[in-house]
Design a protein around this ligand. Structure first.
Ligand code: ADP
Ligand code: MG
Length: 227
């Protein structure tokens, strides 16, 4: 068994003016995600889902415990090392992980591949392929503010695909999509996971998700239940 994600007794306590002891968003998470699985993370608003993804992406520092992602101990890594890990191996599909507003959908994705040093022709082909996959082939020259929230989300998904990330962390990527598009996208995610041994951890409220994933995890008050 090879694990892409492993956390041990992971806590994240946010400092708070009103509570001297802070707000415990994560309370001792022990999580194991195997390579090549499609996992969904459920739970009410405020249960700690986004905090957990941020900790797994190295965007937030846990208060205590350990986090291993793709064989790296994130707690021991510098900010530069974490940035490089995200850039090279992790695809993030976060609402807040913005697209650059002055760049078109095409350019937002192309920039990432350029930073990675891919050749022009390979870049161009890959960007167009990925925009096509998420159904935005005709929108390639539009900037984020000329697109709906759902379309922007799809650009972010296309960017993660283009990156050939080994791990994709997605925070409610289907939140603003209609059910037909959601089904298409979930089917696509499942295929992606199976064909390329990608691992995907996706936060979702959508009941549609269950039939497409290998595993459903639920967070409640900062703890994983029924695991
Ligand atoms: P979810 O994504 O499941 O809605 P979050 O991870 O956003 O949950 O939040 C978990 C808990 O941590 C909530 O009680 C929330 O209010 C709190 N929280 C989240 N982010 C912060 C922050 N930056 N500072 C203080 N408290 C926070
Ligand atoms: Mg959230």
């Amino acid at each position: 068994m090879s694990l892409v994600i492993e956390t041990k007794d992971l806590w994240r306590v946010y400092p708070s003016k009103n509570h001297a002891e802070g707000i415990p968003a994560l309370r001792g998470i022990n999580l194991q995600v195997e390579t090549g699985t499609f996992v969904t993370l459920k739970g009410r608003s405020g249960s700690g889902k986004t905090t957990l993804l941020n900790c797994l992406a190295g965007l937030d520092k846990p208060t205590s415990g350990t986090v291993q992602v793709l064989g790296h101990d994130l707690m021991q890594m510098s900010d530069d090392e974490l940035t490089a890990l995200r850039r090279d191996q992790i695809g993030l599909v976060f609402q807040s992980f913005g697209l650059l507003p002055t760049l078109s959908a095409y350019e937002n994705i192309e920039l990432l591949l350029r930073i990675k040093g891919d050749e022009y022709e390979a870049r161009d082909k890959r960007v167009l392929e990925c925009l096509e996959i998420v159904g935005l082939g005709k929108w390639k020259d539009h900037r984020p503010y000329e697109m709906s929230g759902g379309q922007q989300q799809r650009v972010a998904i296309a960017r993660a695909l283009a990156n050939e990330a080994k791990l994709i962390l997605a925070d409610e990527p289907t939140g603003e999509l209609d059910s037909k598009t959601t089904h298409e996208l979930l089917k696509f995610f499942r295929e992606l996971v199976e064909e390329r041994k990608i691992t995907m951890l996706m936060v979702s409220h959508d009941a549609l998700v269950d039939e497409y994933v290998h595993e459903v995890l639920e967070l409640r008050d900062g703890m994983v239940i029924g695991n």
